[in-house]
Design a protein around this ligand. Structure first.
Ligand SMILES: [Zn+2]
Length: 168
């Protein structure tokens, strides 16, 4: 009886593992076509993005690159205002939730509203991280970590080149 149960359990966990591996492979295979495939409201072809964005913006927003720390003027931006996606102009972060993280990247403890950004799993460094992107165009913004300040405890570590600032 116990043997049967155990083998059923191990079969189930094996199937679960295969399922997880398969969905990871699917995610990885989607690569840069991800934004188009998901049909974001302001999604565009890779060629259209190349024409619209600077090469630095393209590398971060469309290829999930990371800018050098302390390279963006937005890291030191202290004025009241709104940070919008550099790809499509969607408001993504507010100066109200910006804090000095000491990392060299603009950091926020929350997005401007819950629908402004989306998240996905990222295994680029070999371990799972939470990737954050613009909900309107799918452009990669940065990552979310759980070592942020109150009230959320989250740290949205955002590439300055992926955003434009609009002073209030
Ligand atoms: Zn966008």
């Amino acid at each position: 009886m116990n043997d049967t149960l155990n083998s059923a359990q191990s079969r189930r966990s094996l199937l679960g593992w295969i399922g997880a591996t398969a969905s990871f492979a699917t995610l990885a295979a989607c690569g840069s076509g991800r934004a188009e495939a998901k049909g974001f409201p302001k999604g565009m072809s890779e060629n259209a993005w190349r024409k619209k964005l600077t090469s630095a913006e393209f590398r971060v927003l469309r290829e999930e690159g990371t800018e050098r720390p302390y390279s963006s003027q937005l890291n030191d931006e202290k004025r009241t205002g709104t940070f919008v996606c550099a790809g499509c102009g969607n408001p993504v972060y507010s100066s109200k939730t910006k804090f000095e993280s000491g990392t060299g990247w603009p950091s926020f403890y929350a997005p401007i509203n819950s629908g402004a950004v989306g998240t996905s799993r990222d295994f680029k460094l070999g371990y799972p991280r939470t990737e954050v992107h613009c909900a309107d165009c799918g452009g990669h913004l940065g990552h979310i970590f759980s070592d942020g300040p109150k009230p959320t405890g989250k740290r949205h570590c955002i590439n300055g080149v992926a955003m434009d600032f609009r002073a209030a």
